[in-house]
Design a protein around this ligand. Structure first.
Ligand code: SF4
Length: 332
């Protein structure tokens, strides 16, 4: 359903309050009469449907194989459990010295700022994450600040989630200001899918606090397919770039969605047009409910070879595997 309407100054909170959560509505809006709605509803029980309407405008109507639809459509394959699949494939809970903070790699820590997202990606490796146990109140925030202040090897903080930009700008500005007072911190990295999902999220408040803090701001976006990046998204990304934010992208290699070099070349060309450099292409983390998206390593290596033949090196992302106890991601 390709529509092109001018972007209106709508509050991102209003967009979030009007997400599509009902599978019947999703199928009706896209003219997907042939899909088994009972099965879709059953699959939603474990991980509910959540889709912004603006994302749906980028999905092709009446095409059950549309690559954007496949990322959000609950499928019965999610109910199949295999030995390889786990609830916490990266064993993240082992790396949480303080509630809401993960410290896995040298020099950087990750803060789980928000337990919610604008969209539910069916392949998400945190789809079973116990966000309630990571909730950050005033006491936990002070404990996080104390932990970072006590370790001078930490130079970078990553805001993650869920989607950290689901938090209000007032909260993000206050937290960033607190972090800026820690002298050994140099960078704030924000891992977010929000500017791609809801371009209205890139508002003046966000641009203000990110330009006012002492820390260098890096934003790592998450886009898997060129069709996600329409002209509204492009405008939002230009605003971020013009505000001095370094923009990178990470994708997940997903069967039936972007597992060929042509599709990835289009994505990375499109990202570069919007001021974004490709960073990582992650192999799927083996999370329960998402194994039908898995692409074999052999196939991934072939895709990489093909991609290298099509693009300059700076547009080829690093293919990466994350393992629970490795000191860094394994790239190939
Ligand atoms: S936006 Fe990120 S954290 Fe949220 S469901 Fe998608 S992949 Fe998971």
């Amino acid at each position: 359903m390709h529509t092109s309407s001018p972007i209106v100054p709508i509050l991102w909170k209003a967009v979030l309050a009007d997400l599509i959560t009902d599978p019947d509505e999703l199928c009706d809006l896209l003219g997907l009469s042939e899909l088994d709605r009972t099965n879709i509803k059953k699959t939603c029980e474990g991980f509910p449907l959540r889709v912004p309407r603006s994302y749906l405008s980028r999905v092709k109507a009446a095409d059950p194989q549309d690559p954007l639809l496949l990322q959000i459509l609950p499928r019965t394959e999610e109910l199949i459990s295999t030995d390889a699949a786990q609830l916490d494939p990266l064993q993240e809970q082992q790396f949480s010295p303080v509630q809401g903070l993960l410290h896995k790699y040298h020099g950087r820590v990750l803060i789980v700022l928000s337990g919610s997202c604008a969209i539910h990606c069916r392949y998400c490796f945190r789809r079973h994450f116990p966000y309630e146990d990571a909730r950050i109140g005033k006491t936990q925030w002070q404990a996080i600040l104390d932990y970072i202040a006590a370790d001078s090897s930490i130079s970078e903080v990553i805001f993650s989630g869920g989607d950290p930009l689901n938090s209000t700008d007032a909260s993000l500005a206050a937290k960033s200001a607190d972090l800026s007072t820690i002298p050994h911190l140099k960078r704030l990295r924000i891992h977010t899918r929000q500017p791609v999902m809801i371009p209205q999220r890139v508002n003046s408040q966000l641009l203000n606090w990110t330009s006012e803090i002492r820390l260098n701001v890096v934003m790592v976006l998450h886009s898997n397919h060129a069709n996600e990046i329409d002209h509204h998204v492009k405008e939002a990304l230009f605003k971020l770039r013009d505000n001095g934010i370094s923009l990178l992208n990470q994708s997940v290699l997903l069967k039936g969605i972007n597992d060929n070099a042509q599709v990835l070349a289009q994505l990375n060309e499109r990202l570069f047009e919007c001021g974004v450099l490709p960073y990582y292409l992650h192999m799927l983390d083996p999370v329960q409910g998402a194994m039908h998206f898995e692409v074999s390593k052999e196939r991934a290596m072939q895709i990489k070879t093909d991609l290298q033949a099509m693009l300059p090196g700076y547009l080829v992302p690093r293919f990466a595997i994350e393992e629970p106890h490795a000191l860094n991601k394994t790239t190939f």
